[in-house]
Ligand binder design. Sequence first.
Ligand SMILES: Nc1ncnc2c1ncn2[C@@H]1O[C@H](COP(=O)(O)OP(=O)(O)OP(=O)(O)O)[C@@H](O)[C@H]1O
Ligand SMILES: [Mg+2]
Length: 257
Amino acid sequence: MPVLSLHKKETVVERRSTGIVGFDELVGGGLPNHSAIVLKGPSGCGKSLFCKQFIWEGLKNGETGLYVALDHPPNEIRESMTSFGWDTAPYEEEGLFMIMDCFNGTLGIQTQEKHYVKNPLDINEQMYVLQECVNLATKKFGRDIKARVVYDSAPLANMRDLPTLFRIARRLLSLAKAYNAIGLSPVHRGAQNRLLENALLGVVDGIIEFDKQIEGGRLNYYLWVDKMMMTAHSRNVHPYVIMDDGIHVMKIRSRKQ
Ligand SMILES: Nc1ncnc2c1ncn2[C@@H]1O[C@H](COP(=O)(O)OP(=O)(O)OP(=O)(O)O)[C@@H](O)[C@H]1O
Ligand SMILES: [Mg+2]
């Protein structure tokens, strides 16, 4: 069910639930439609998991999902989702969920995947196959179908130069604006130089930051919303935990208590 919320300046924006327990309330009820959002943080903090949980929430609600897999092979993404109880097989059969294999090509491994990029470092080929997947979905389900797109992750493709990075960011933005879509892209903190990182973060609609800290002999996780278009978002740093049903963002106790 879409949630309509009023921005401070009376702008009505459709929001979609992320499916992440405790997160939607940080962004006024959900992520805004037509937005391209970067998830920035260190390795192993749950950025990809956030994306998978987000895709699963969409599939459960009759939306389509496209996962552009640069960091891991498609089977690992399927297995990881299944281990959380998110069985994507029926959705893949129906064409509601697609994984675009941009991984095996980098190792020169032959892929059995339906949607794949032979040379993932060739951005032209990547963008061509991405559009083919979008065309397939819109042909089958109509242009207005709600979509969630994950590009996981940016560094492999964009470490080289600013124009390439902009091309990828603009492609995600144009998908989000031209279709009924929300795009997420994890970015490893520190994988780009500052110029590239700032350029990317400046053009996207939202930034969610992740961090991890060793405290009292334990690894603790935190996230915060750095920017989000048309949203009076939380300015707090929120602890979160990874459970066997995904990410749970914890409530912060009021200082008065
Ligand atoms: N299938 C799974 N079963 C149990 N725990 C998992 C599973 N997948 C991820 N996790 C937990 O979530 C943590 C974060 O994993 P995730 O792959 O989402 O991190 P990431 O931020 O995307 O890392 P990277 O930047 O290296 O891609 C892992 O360290 C692990 O503890
Ligand atoms: Mg990842």
